[in-house]
Design a protein around this ligand. Structure first.
Ligand SMILES: [Zn+2]
Length: 236
């Protein structure tokens, strides 16, 4: 499944590390949406968990603060944490797509500054979001190489180009020429065969046959056997 980064300015400020940090953190930039930039669903699905009444930042405890969890196809879930208080607009059971804004980046829960903590679950197990999430056309990535290393980019499939009328015409002309050449060659072969047939028709076999001889001569269709006496003295 191809998930889309849930924010349109992409800078990873903390990477996934199994058992230590079970998601990735995405930072903000004042030129691209700022500290409260919109957060979108990474793929179409259904909201299965929401916390929207959290109105504080905790210095300990690992709380998600305000968050949204979405169930997608293929046993994949995504979770978006530390959302700004008052920004979450979706509820459990809502259908969402990648153009549905689910909230804004914030720092509720266990957060040191505004960021989006983003998790991906495969069969209820937290996996590295970087392996499933792609940068889509129109999304902006940070100029900081450390914050963008290993990003996957999604390239939309290009639709087949419409046939070029001029090329189609040339191709048809070529096909016609090929057929004409073939016909000319076959006509020539027919002429050769006709010629052979004519020669066969005019061919006369001559045998000297003695009166007492016994011959067995096989005739083909159209052949005629003529017997002519060239030696009259022997006829008596
Ligand atoms: Zn985090």
């Amino acid at each position: 499944m191809i998930l889309k980064y849930p924010v349109n300015y992409i800078a990873i400020t903390q990477y996934f590390k199994t058992g230590v940090h079970n998601g990735i953190d995405l930072g903000w930039n004042s030129n691209y949406g700022g500290p409260n930039q919109p957060v979108y669903a990474a793929y179409e699905g259904t909201v299965i968990a929401v916390e929207k009444n959290y109105n504080q930042t905790d210095t300990s405890g690992g709380s998600y603060g305000n968050y949204v969890k979405i169930r997608h196809e293929n046993n994949i879930d995504t979770l978006y944490a530390h959302l700004k208080y008052g920004s979450v607009t979706v509820n459990i059971g809502d259908k969402v797509t990648t153009s549905t804004q689910i909230g804004e980046m914030g720092n509720t829960g266990y957060a040191f500054g505004n960021h989006l903590h983003y998790e991906v679950f495969l069969n209820n197990v937290k996996v590295n979001p970087e392996n499933y999430t792609y940068v889509f056309p129109g999304q902006i990535t940070s100029s900081d190489k450390e914050a963008t290393k290993g990003l996957l980019y999604y390239t939309p499939p290009t639709p087949p180009s419409p046939p070029n009328e001029e090329e189609t015409k040339e191709e048809l002309k070529k096909q016609i020429k090929e057929l004409e050449d073939k016909i000319a060659l076959q006509s020539k072969e027919i002429e050769v065969l006709k010629e052979e047939l004519k020669e066969n028709e005019n061919y006369v076999f001559t045998y000297n046959v003695k009166k007492t001889s016994l011959y067995e001569i096989e005739l083909y269709d159209g052949e005629i056997l003529l017997i002519r006496n060239n030696n009259p003295e022997e006829t008596e």
